[in-house]
Design a protein around this ligand. Structure first.
Ligand SMILES: Cc1cc2nc3c(=O)[nH]c(=O)nc-3n(C[C@H](O)[C@H](O)[C@H](O)COP(=O)(O)OP(=O)(O)OC[C@H]3O[C@@H](n4cnc5c(N)ncnc54)[C@H](O)[C@@H]3O)c2cc1C
Length: 784
């Protein structure tokens, strides 16, 4: 049950933050933000003090340390609103990482002494981790600290400290035991006053011309022993403690959202101006892709935040989010660059010092765009580069620590988990690879015994109400089962009969008297298929090649409906036909009726379909399921539901495809080591996992919102999911073959069948490209 009171409270909180931010940003700072200037230290101090006065200076800190004591979800909302406002945007590592480190590992005295200054900006802190010769391999750091009485004596250098030129304090990682066996041992954390003799700070001019970073040199710098954080020589665990929670926020979801909104404002301006490089239609599609990636990011983000809030440690999710969020933010900027072309080039250096240009440098130019474009290129390096995040993901995938190896049932209720478990056990035992191959080869893709068993397990009646002999289940009940069917590459037409066909019958206007049919469908004794015009666009779907005419006593059908999935096994065909006066109607046609000619064939992945010819098929008035008023809407609804169901099936097939690929790579040796030990291959698999994860989150989101969101948004969510699933599954399908080498190309190897199924699923019910187009159209309609 959704907790409405909590949702209301969070919404009220969001509004409170929003109106506060709207009111308190000083006009000069607002103007500078709107002109995309960088933030000056003076502006940052003023802003921090405004937040401090409100008690909001450190969103992640508990109350007893001067923070607001917000939950993680509240922190996420605050950051999102901050990014969307005209407040200054800069990285305050004291507040975001060093303060929380002190709260967790520091002494009460250190907290008392240092935290208030961070809150008020009397002190600004730098994070001294990287060194000229220790970047990604941070543990190889060489800055040393030798104990001398009550002091540490520090020598060495740190580099790339963000906003180090503003800082008067730094948290510094130093080697305190050079004789330690492992490089991760013998490291300690010190708090260093940068005004101490022996400290030299040299600003580094960044690629965008600004001074964002510094290099620090330490020459016999004396640090009081009391400034050691945690245990001597055991600082590595603290160093790694950009804690999971902080890493979640480094994904910059709020910044991505704000940037997407800013990019969306350009949408109306996509008339190619001087210097614009590409045309409107292409821009609209690229924008839609970014929008869908944003949806996927959010769909993964909130569950991870909630999981962390409940005490979980979403480490893998944090890496996935950082990868996806940072790449998305960069791609949003690149998109802007492409959309605005040469108008992005003019640059007023005064923006570095927080000063908006008094008048535009060049009319219509994208103000100070290069400052931010170059700035955000660094985010895929900072805080653990994208390559390092891929390494973390790959380690989890190849180490058997992801859902690739163990399906997680935590999204299911008890009843769903029981059904899922029972189905999976049955599939493992009775639907092995060889058995399936036999079905495909000898029985044209249909095994009556398998169908009966699946019906026995409740699948055929899942969506049918209990009063009609079904289980009265929901879309959420159905999805895990379809994932399991996809994992086993089940060829029997469960989706086409028990989901698509049944859904049409359930929604039909004139369904009275069809209780016996529903009961027969629920029990698995009968099967149905929707005979519509399969095509990439809804235009095709709404204009079948079959026409229906009323001759005064009967309906008469003429024409052909092609590529009807499940038709070869169906006793009832629900046929879409055009009416002479315009519009669409749906008919219930027995597959054995006179004049119905069915030509069945197999698809390249082993499933069966048929073209159905209707040659003056005579039907009684009662055969009309739905007339022109409702047929189109009914058809669209049923197709949308089936599209999500197909996505779930692909998600299952993708999961197994990944599992098979990982298993093969763990075993196959070349050049004296397994493929799974080759980093270039590991990273590809990490990206496939990322694609699978993002696609699955979008499918889950569409399912969760199915009956809650307005129809237009529902359609958008379905198209976003089908696009993402199609895109990710095609990339995986083809690369899984490549990663298997030649053995993947043979029919005997299971992976070849997964690849064919995934490619075929993309082509059905509108492929990725068609759904991207639908997403764009839906957007344009909503803006019109
Ligand atoms: C915007 C920005 C802000 C920063 N802020 C701070 C800060 O406040 N404090 C601080 O201490 N440091 C900071 N850094 C430094 C940052 O932590 C390092 O840039 C980062 O750790 C990478 O190290 P490196 O630059 O030396 O690159 P290298 O480690 O030399 O890596 C070069 C390239 O090789 C890749 N690579 C390295 N090792 C591997 C591997 N094993 N497998 C695959 N690929 C690999 C990297 O991903 C990168 O693409 C910041 C950097 C940037 C860009």
């Amino acid at each position: 049950m959704p907790d409405h009171s909590r949702a209301d409270r969070l919404e009220a909180f969001r509004q409170e933050v929003r109106s506060f931010l709207r009111e308190v940003v000083p006009p000069d700072i607002r103007a500078a933000s709107r002109a995309h200037c960088l933030v000056t230290r003076e502006q940052a101090v003023r802003w921090q003090r405004i937040l401090h006065a409100r008690g909001w200076a450190a969103p992640g800190w508990p109350r007893e340390y001067g923070g607001p004591g917000w939950s993680l979800v509240e922190q996420a909302i605050f950051r999102e609103e901050l990014a969307a406002s005209d407040a200054p945007r800069y990285d305050n590592l004291g507040i975001d990482t060093i303060g929380p480190t002190l709260i967790r590992y520091g002494t009460p005295e250190q907290c008392r002494r240092f935290l208030p200054g961070m809150l008020s900006f009397d002190d600004f802190w730098a994070q001294g981790y990287s060194e000229p010769d220790a970047g990604s391999d941070l543990a190889s750091l060489r800055t040393v600290a030798r104990r001398d009485g009550d002091e540490w004596v520090v020598n060495g250098s740190k580099i790339w400290q963000t906003l180090g030129q503003w800082a008067n304090w730094a948290l510094v990682l130093v080697r305190t035991d050079p004789s330690a066996r492992r490089k991760q041992e013998g490291i300690s954390v010190l708090l260093m006053d940068l005004r101490t003799p022996g400290v030299t700070v040299r600003p580094i001019r960044f690629i965008n011309g600004a001074h964002f970073h510094v290099q620090m040199f330490f020459d016999d710098v004396r640090v009081p022993a009391a400034n050691l954080v945690g245990v001597e020589h055991a600082g590595w665990s603290i160093a790694k403690g950009l804690l999971v929670i902080e890493r979640l926020f480094v994904a910059r979801v709020g910044d991505c959202k704000a940037e997407l909104a800013s990019v969306a404002k350009l949408a109306g301006k996509w008339r190619p101006g001087p210097g614009a490089q590409i045309d409107d239609a292409l821009l609209a599609r690229r924008h839609a892709e970014l929008d869908i990636r944003m949806r996927a990011l959010e769909a993964a983000w909130w569950p991870a935040v909630r999981f962390a809030e409940q005490g979980g440690s979403p480490e893998l999710e944090a890496s996935l989010l950082k990868l996806d969020g940072n790449l998305l933010l960069q791609d949003l900027h690149t998109f802007k660059l492409d959309a605005l072309g040469a108008r992005t080039l003019p640059f007023d250096p005064r923006a570095i010092d927080g000063e908006p240009s008094p008048e535009p440098l060049s009319p219509g130019h994208a103000e100070n765009f290069p400052l931010h474009y170059w700035r955000y290129r660094g985010i895929t390096l900072a805080g653990g580069s994208s390559e390092i995040q891929r390494q973390i993901v790959a380690k989890a995938v190849f180490g058997g620590l992801t859902e690739i190896d163990r399906p997680r049932q935590d999204q299911m209720d008890e009843q769903q988990a029981i059904m899922d478990g029972t189905l999976r056990r049955w599939l493992d035992k009775h639907y092995g690879f060889e058995r399936r191959r036999e079905t495909v080869a000898a029985r044209d893709g249909f095994d009556p015994a398998a169908w009966a068993a699946l019906a026995e397990l409740g699948l055929t009646g899942l969506l049918i109400p209990e009063c009609d002999g079904g289980l009265g289940g929901t879309l959420s009940d159905l999805m895990p089962l379809l994932e399991a069917l996809g994992e086993a590459l089940v060829v029997e037409p469960m989706l086409w009969s028990a989901v698509l066909g049944t859904q049409v019958l359930l929604g039909a206007e004139n369904a009275e008297g069809r209780e016996p049919l529903l009961a027969a469908l629920a029990s698995g004794q009968a099967r149905c298929a929707l005979a519509y015009r399969e095509g990439q666009s809804r235009r095709d779907v709404h204009h079948p090649e079959t026409v229906a005419r009323w001759d005064g006593a009967h309906w008469r059908l003429h024409g052909v409906n092609r590529l009807v999935m499940g038709a070869a096994q169906a006793q009832h065909l629900f046929v879409t036909a055009c009416l002479p006066e315009g519009g669409l109607a749906l008919f219930d046609v027995p597959s054995q009726a006179a004049g119905v000619g069915l030509r069945a064939y197999q698809l390249h992945d082993g499933r069966s379909a048929a073209d159905i010819r209707f040659d003056n098929v005579e039907l009684p008035a009662s055969a009309l399921l739905c007339g022109a008023d409702h047929a189109t809407a009914l058809l669209d609804d049923a197709l949308e539901l089936a599209t999500l169901a197909l996505c779930a099936e692909s998600i299952g097939a993708m999961r197994r495809s990944l599992a098979l690929t990982v298993e093969y790579m763990r075993m196959r040796k070349q050049f004296g080591r397994t493929l799974s030990e080759q980093q270039v291959l590991q990273h590809r698999v990490a990206d496939h996992y990322r694609g699978w994860h993002a696609a699955r989150q979008l499918v889950r989101e569409a399912v969760a919102g199915w009956s809650l969101v307005p129809p237009a948004e529902r359609s958008r969510r379905v198209s976003a999911a089908k696009y993402m699933v199609g895109h990710a599954s095609r990339v995986l399908a083809l690369d899984a073959l490549q990663l298997h080498g030649a053995i993947g190309m043979q029919d005997e190897t299971p992976i070849s069948h997964y690849s064919k199924r995934l490619m075929a699923n993309d082509a059905l019910l509108g492929n990725a490209s068609a759904h991207l187009g639908r997403f764009v159209d839906a957007d344009h309609r909503s803006q019109a």
